[in-house]
Write a protein that binds this ligand. Structure first.
Ligand code: SF4
Length: 177
């Protein structure tokens, strides 16, 4: 089944994908402190981001209840490291790939947990900002870092590299099963 899941992720638009053991996922509660610093501007501004997704220790325990993860990545070209618009477009494209991965692999899995990149990106303006309920609770995906995943250290032993050349931006997602 692992090969089938990888093939489905690639068909859904991921550049690379691999199945890893949950024991090989590097976790740290310190990611919640990083989120709190709010460098991305999403802390408390999206239903899928901290603090609204819940206590990080409970989320890490939930993650550990799965045995494997389908780790996948997308890579996009941007003009340069100041290309904020390009990065924003790329993050939206990644969110759409995550939705396609979701639709493709969900029918094969009895139980799964899908995590993607920071910020949900499904709505132009998250309903959280207007104190309204999430518009697509069945589709919205929380970020890997929100569950304490150290994406750099987790991807390091795999073929999915964290940095993929000058003027590129790389995003990750993982489906725990
Ligand atoms: S689906 Fe929309 S309302 Fe729900 S978390 Fe994502 S951006 Fe916010």
């Amino acid at each position: 089944m692992h090969h089938e899941l990888i093939a489905l992720a690639l068909q859904s638009g991921a550049k690379k994908a691999a199945v890893i053991g949950t024991k090989d996922i590097v976790l740290s509660a310190s990611f919640r402190d990083i989120c709190r610093k709010n460098n991305c501007g999403m802390f408390g501004r999206c239903w899928m981001c901290p603090p609204d997704i819940g206590d990080i220790d409970a989320l890490m325990d939930e993650l550990r209840s799965y045995s494997h993860g389908l780790l996948y990545q997308t890579i996009y070209e941007i003009e340069d490291s100041f290309d904020i618009e390009g990065m924003s477009d790329a993050s939206i494209s990644h969110a759409l790939v995550s939705q396609r991965v979701n639709d493709a692999v969900n029918p094969l899995l009895d139980r799964c947990l899908h995590l993607s990149c920071g910020g949900c990106h499904l709505c132009p303006r998250c309903a959280k900002l207007d104190d309204e309920p999430c518009r697509m609770p069945d589709k919205a995906l929380p970020p890997m870092e929100g569950y304490g995943i150290d994406v750099y250290q987790t991807s390091k032993p795999t073929e999915l590299k964290y940095i993929n050349g000058q003027n590129t931006v790389t995003f990750f997602g993982i489906v725990l099963f």
